[in-house]
Design a protein around this ligand. Structure first.
Ligand code: GLY
Ligand code: MN
Ligand code: MN
Length: 436
């Protein structure tokens, strides 16, 4: 893997010319008082280094005579390590992570200027760590002050996203392997969840079983808080309480995926708790399934990203008009967003090191991103008719029979040279497979 991290750094450096790029590790997050969450490195930092400790800074300085990749890390400290775990330390940061030079983090202010002095630009993404933002600004302003005398030095700070996030959008073979693993583990968890579900059990029992499977296979845990939403809860997009007892007649919507070596899966399935859909549940399920399949059929190189959402949306709106849930002409309903009370989110997102992964979706309104092999995205249309749902203006009142039905079907899809591959196809989604 070290060779691949190096390749990524070299690819980035080849694009920043005489700039210097600075990356800050993610901070430790506090759960309560002095208890911290399990550490999760910043995805950009991890992508370029594989280094998984807080209080670190990575610098890329392609124009520097001696050092192009510099790490600032916490030094070895046995007294501290006995409490909070192993630290790589300065020496090993060079050997294990391939840094040309490494320093203790407390020498940052002293050492950083030599890597900025002759750069024409600083590449840095202003982040949540305000004090580090200040540090970068302070160094930049100091150099700006002496710029007239030297006629050389950084005169701009540019976000790294336009370059780095374009790289992250297209997955390498080794990333794809990790994405497949994350997908396979989540597939097993979803299949187990469907088999165990019956009236009377609690949502958290299903959650526990699924998250147990994640850990059992070495995943770090859920990729995001698992959504196990039965009955009317299925209409709440980010329902995470997961504490309701399931009833005969409910649907169960499960949106859960895992994080494996930092790479994520994101799957949603919806099925009847009793093993049989009601007529209304089945009708809406078939509509969402059809929207999802037709949208997935549009995932191929050369197609614009927007086409996936547009395709799913049209199928959903046409279907809702046929069922009398919406009234009017399909194009107009879409243009005026009259469907929004029942379909309020987009049809997917990029997937990778972040669940809502980085990368642009379009370059302005008339210039959509064109799909290319190696990209991974979710396709996740849904319909949600809340109990007590209010229709959009000039739209029919919702018939009670639809109320409380929430359905989403979500798969993770890889763009291949000839079309696409559904990485999560191992979880069935046909009506007969969802029934018992
Ligand atoms: N579970 C988050 C999402 O589907 O986007
Ligand atoms: Mn998703
Ligand atoms: Mn999801």
């Amino acid at each position: 893997m070290q060779a691949e991290y190096r390749q990524r750094r070299e690819a980035l450096m080849s694009k920043i010319g005489n700039g210097t790029a600075i990356f800050r590790s993610a901070p430790m997050a506090v759960m309560h008082n002095d208890v911290e969450y399990v550490y999760r490195q910043d995805s950009d930092f991890f992508y370029l280094t594989g280094f998984n400790e807080p209080e670190a800074v990575a610098v890329l300085a392609p124009h520097h005579e001696e050092h192009q990749f510099i790490l600032f890390v916490q030094p070895k400290d046995i007294t501290k390590e006995v409490w909070t775990g192993y630290l790589t330390g300065v020496e090993a940061a060079k050997e294990m992570y391939g840094a040309d030079e490494a320093y203790p983090i407390n020498e940052l202010d002293e050492q950083l200027p030599q890597y900025l002095l002759n750069a024409d630009k600083i590449y840095y993404r202003f982040g949540r760590d305000k004090s580090f933002n200040e540090t970068v600004l302070t160094h930049y302003q100091r150099l700006l002050r002496v710029y007239p005398k030297r006629g050389i030095g950084p005169t701009a700070i540019q976000d790294t996203c336009t370059i780095l996030h374009g790289m992250r959008l297209v997955k390498s073979e080794s990333e794809l392997e990790l994405m497949r693993k994350a997908a396979d583990i989540a597939v097993e968890a979803h299949n187990t969840a469907r088999e165990m579900t019956k009236p009377g059990i609690y949502e958290y029992e299903v959650q526990a079983e699924m998250e147990g499977i994640f850990r059992k296979h070495g995943a770090l845990g859920p990729a995001y808080p698992s959504i196990v939403a039965s009955g009317g809860n299925s209409c709440i997009l980010h329902y995470i309480e997961n504490n309701r007892q399931m009833d005969d007649g409910d649907l169960l919507l499960i949106d859960a995926g895992c994080s494996y070596n930092y790479y994520n899966s994101d799957i949603t399935r919806t099925f009847p708790v009793s093993g049989k859909f009601t007529a209304e549940q089945k009708t809406l399920y078939e509509l969402v399934l059809s929207a999802q399949k037709q949208a997935i059929a549009q995932v191929k190189p050369g197609n614009p990203y927007n086409l996936i959402h547009d395709t799913a949306l049209r199928v959903l709106v046409e279907g809702m008009v046929e069922l009398g849930i919406l009234q009017g002409e399909v194009d107009k309903l879409i243009e005026e967003e009259k469907y929004k009370p029942y379909y309020m989110h987009r049809t997917g997102h990029w997937l990778g090191l972040d669940v809502h992964d980085v990368g642009v979706y379009q370059y302005g309104d008339d210039n959509p991103l064109i799909l290319q092999p190696g990209q991974i995205l979710t396709v996740e249309p849904g319909i949600y008719i809340l109990p007590g749902a209010e229709p959009a203006e000039e739209q029919p009142k919702v018939d009670e029979k639809w109320m409380g039905i929430g359905i989403r079907i979500e798969d993770d899809v890889l763009v291949t040279p000839t079309g696409c591959e559904v990485l999560t196809a191992g979880v069935p989604k046909e009506v007969e497979d969802m029934e018992r």
